[in-house]
Design a protein around this ligand. Sequence first.
Ligand SMILES: Nc1ncnc2c1ncn2[C@@H]1O[C@H](COP(=O)(O)OP(=O)(O)OP(=O)(O)O)[C@@H](O)[C@H]1O
Ligand SMILES: [Mg+2]
Length: 245
Amino acid sequence: MRAVAVFQLKGGVGKTTSAVNLAALAAADGIPTLLWDLDPQGGATWVLGEQAQGKQNKYWRGEQPLGSLIQETRWPHLHLIAADLSLRKFQQSLAGKTAARQAMTDALSLLSEQFGLVFIDCPPALTPQMEGVLRAVDRLLIPVQPSGISLHAYQQLRQQLEWVKSKQWLPFVTMLDKRKQAQVRWAREEASQFRELLPTFITQSASAEKMLELRQPIVTALPHVPLSRSYRTLWQHVKPRLNLR
Ligand SMILES: Nc1ncnc2c1ncn2[C@@H]1O[C@H](COP(=O)(O)OP(=O)(O)OP(=O)(O)O)[C@@H](O)[C@H]1O
Ligand SMILES: [Mg+2]
């Protein structure tokens, strides 16, 4: 099994949109996939049209087994650990980085019996507990907005998390607005020099907002719109980098 955290320090950069659509694409490929919503805002839970049936923080406090939190979704091979507001206490529930890492490692070891892939939709904050979670996973999928400053912020994050091995980083550009000359130029000239970035872009698209209304991943709701196409291309680049067995 592989565990992928979709993470960024910055809010509103497309973490949830990416986590939901990549999880749906993995499931559609027949991979038993779990989407773990770790953000108390519950965006991923909302988009899948689900509701938390328990309090996730009870797991983090050691009061409830993880299995009871795993729910089915409307899509074959796709399961969910839903988020609810109890997750606001996530930080207080774990003593620090080491405790969080251990709890996540234990969780992933259990999940590996049932799943081939776990996507974790993270909140936009690097607390010691989040760092513990990131230490337990196999890959960090990082949405980067199309600008020099976002790329710089990514490089700083990479320096701060210096223990993450090179191959574990999967940064990619999101929300590229093709109508904006400066962004298109940046993508063509600067981003293409930056070998680490996955060689594909997620474009700015009104279909992303539509997901919130439809409460479905865009790749299943409207598979032919450009946003779905860009997520399918992204998945084609991410999948081989996961070394799935
Ligand atoms: N490619 C896109 N084009 C246009 N809008 C997008 C795109 N991707 C996401 N959005 C919109 O931007 C907003 C933020 O996206 P999303 O919730 O995925 O970001 P996030 O990084 O998970 O945010 P947060 O840090 O709050 O969890 C949402 O309203 C979403 O619909
Ligand atoms: Mg989010």
